[in-house]
Ligand binder design. Structure first.
Ligand code: FO1
Length: 308
């Protein structure tokens, strides 16, 4: 049996960029993308799954490249109208994006699993690779700040990541069942490599790792496990990764992320800027900044070459 299956663990923006690159170099049936659902929450009565949606919009070519989240060609009539009647506007739902949340909520309430809804939407949008939530059970990331525990989106969007993070927790993770397709893929003799996308380790990847059985499945998968550094030259490409690392008392560097993942990884991909970093895993170097589609494809190729 040939080893041709790639499993990618991903959060939102940075992860989706590499997932898009991988989708250009790996056949659709050989790429399984596992999405973080720790950012999911209920808002205005709707079930929102930001990382699944960022992945789906990106792979369907529908992503909003200006905002980095939400849909391309978005309009905001719903939010504008909501504001006139005093509704909450801190978390912005565009008109087109809204359709996805309304329909997902309807189907979840009717008893359908998140993974089934995600697979159906992806198929309708012509997305080749499979996007699978880490679990169909709810997991909610919580942030411990000075003022106490915050819901993730309150911290991230509501307070723009300003509070100092002391600790993170993944509510529901201990009871959540890892999606069986993820566990089956990690145990498959077809598994060629696991790619941890350049997502925030604390809020995008560790929620996936917190689901029982995932760490053990990775440790026992028998294939290379490579992470791409989300830190370049001591700075996060986007988002609060560097700020969080400093607040959690970790070294803010590509090497600091590699140390955080530790023995979970066999390989690590650094940017050219960090080529001299000392890390425990087998290191490779590439351009990890992904501005264009060509950058994303080139990084995907470099990652696969590194573990070949
Ligand atoms: N991020 C923001 O910074 N502001 C928003 O108003 C916002 C709305 C939003 C709506 C739907 C969605 O799927 C994502 C949205 N995001 C927004 C992004 C998202 O909350 C975060 O980027 C992720 O959770 C972090 O990965």
């Amino acid at each position: 049996m040939s080893r041709d299956l790639i499993v990618a663990l991903s959060g939102g923006i940075g992860g989706a960029k590499l997932a898009l690159g991988l989708s250009h170099v790996v056949a659709p049936e050989n790429l399984l993308i596992i999405a973080n659902t720790g950012d999911d929450f209920e808002h205005l009565g709707l079930s929102i799954s930001p990382d699944i949606d960022t992945l789906a919009y990106t792979l369907a070519g529908l992503d909003n490249q200006v905002l980095g989240w939400g849909r391309r060609d978005e309009t905001w009539s719903f939010m504008e109208t909501l504001e006139t009647i005093g509704g909450p506007t801190w978390f912005r739902l565009g008109d087109r994006d809204l359709a996805l949340h309304v329909e997902r909520t309807r189907r979840l309430k009717a008893g359908e699993a998140l993974s089934s809804i995600t697979a159906d939407v992806a198929r309708r949008w012509g997305i080749g690779p499979r996007i699978v939530p880490m679990s169909d059970d709810p997991v909610r990331t919580k942030v411990l700040a000075e003022a106490g525990w915050l819901d993730f989106q309150d911290y991230f969007v509501g307070q723009q990541c300003r509070p100092v993070v002391r600790q993170l927790a993944f509510e529901g993770a201990a009871q959540a069942r890892a999606h069986p397709d993820m566990i089956a893929a990690l145990a498959s003799p077809r598994l060629k490599a696991v790619v941890i996308c350049p997502s925030n380790p604390f809020i995008s990847v560790e929620p996936i790792l917190a689901v029982p059985g995932v760490r053990a499945a990775l440790a026992g998968c028998g294939a290379p496990v490579i992470a791409v550094s989300p830190i370049i030259g001591g700075k996060a490409v986007k988002g609060p990764t560097a700020k969080m690392m400093a607040e959690l008392g970790l070294e803010v560097s590509a090497a600091g992320v590699a140390a955080r993942y530790g023995a979970l990884l066999t390989h690590y991909m650094l940017d050219h800027q960090d080529a001299g970093a000392t890390i425990a895993q087998t290191a490779s170097v590439a351009q990890t900044m992904m501005r264009t589609l060509d950058d994303k494809i080139a990084l995907a190729r470099a990652v696969l070459d590194a573990v070949a």
